[in-house]
Design a binder for this molecule. Structure first.
Ligand code: HEC
Length: 207
């Protein structure tokens, strides 16, 4: 390891991140505790337009829209109301939104999780019969940028050739080696985004 300067840099980076996580966790402890219990509102007061749409549009629609990985859209009252029972089940089981890190271990930037209040609002809305409320009060249906979400990249690398996925069959896990000579000697990489040619058939990637 001593002979390889890349390794020591990687270890230093990890050390810094770990400290930052502990600091965030302490600062957030009290605000997190406040959000741990949902106090139900009088029946009928929780509506799609004012309570549920803002949560689902910001936490679910990015994947649940045409051309993305999720199997159906969650972009309108009709899309969402007809699935209200299933939506409650998947958010309470933790299956959706997809997020694997253990929350007991600290907090991350851009965590994909719902607070107890958000989950409580969605559950109460479903139990109250999924009322729409006043559509004029709903947030605008989100628009997504299908280009590079993090801004124009400094470097774009591609698979040497396309990998064709059969129309049917089990999930395929596949290792690809992508040459990075263009990166030069040593570089810190700030962000990485990936763009499958067909997002419908790629559900995740481990880098
Ligand atoms: C990062 C992308 C992503 C996000 C964000 C996301 N989903 Fe999904 N969702 C998926 C994918 C992919 C599937 C299909 C998974 C599968 O078939 O196992 C799915 C499946 C589902 C299903 C069907 C589950 C089943 O058993 O068939 C429901 C319901 C659902 N999502 C609701 C939600 C809700 C509600 C949110 C927001 C709180 C959300 N999803 C956020 C990608 C996402």
């Amino acid at each position: 390891m001593n002979g390889n300067p890349n390794w020591s840099k990687v270890l230093v980076m990890i050390g810094i991140c770990a400290l930052a996580v502990v600091a965030c966790e302490d600062a957030d402890q009290s605000s997190r505790a406040d959000q741990n219990v949902y106090k139900p509102r009088p029946k009928g007061q929780v509506t799609f337009a004012e309570d549920v749409a803002p949560i689902l549009f910001s936490r679910c629609s990015e994947c649940h829209r045409p051309g993305q990985s999720a199997p159906f859209s969650l972009l309108s009252y009709d899309d969402i109301a007809k699935r209200s029972k299933q939506i409650v089940e998947v958010i309470e089981s933790g299956y959706m939104p997809p997020w694997l890190p253990d929350q007991a271990k600290g907090t991350f930037i851009n965590e994909r999780i719902l607070s107890a209040t958000e989950k409580g609002l969605i559950r109460q809305w479903h139990t109250d019969g999924a009322p729409e409320g006043n559509p004029e009060k709903a947030p605008a249906v989100p628009e997504f940028n299908d280009g590079w979400k993090l801004g124009p990249p400094d470097l774009i690398v591609r698979l040497p050739q396309e990998f064709v996925i059969p129309a049917e069959g089990p999930d395929i896990y596949r290792n690809f080696v992508i040459p990075l000579e263009e990166l030069g000697d040593q570089k810190f990489v700030r962000t990485v985004d990936f763009r499958p040619l067909n997002p419908k058939v790629v559900h995740h990637m481990v880098l």
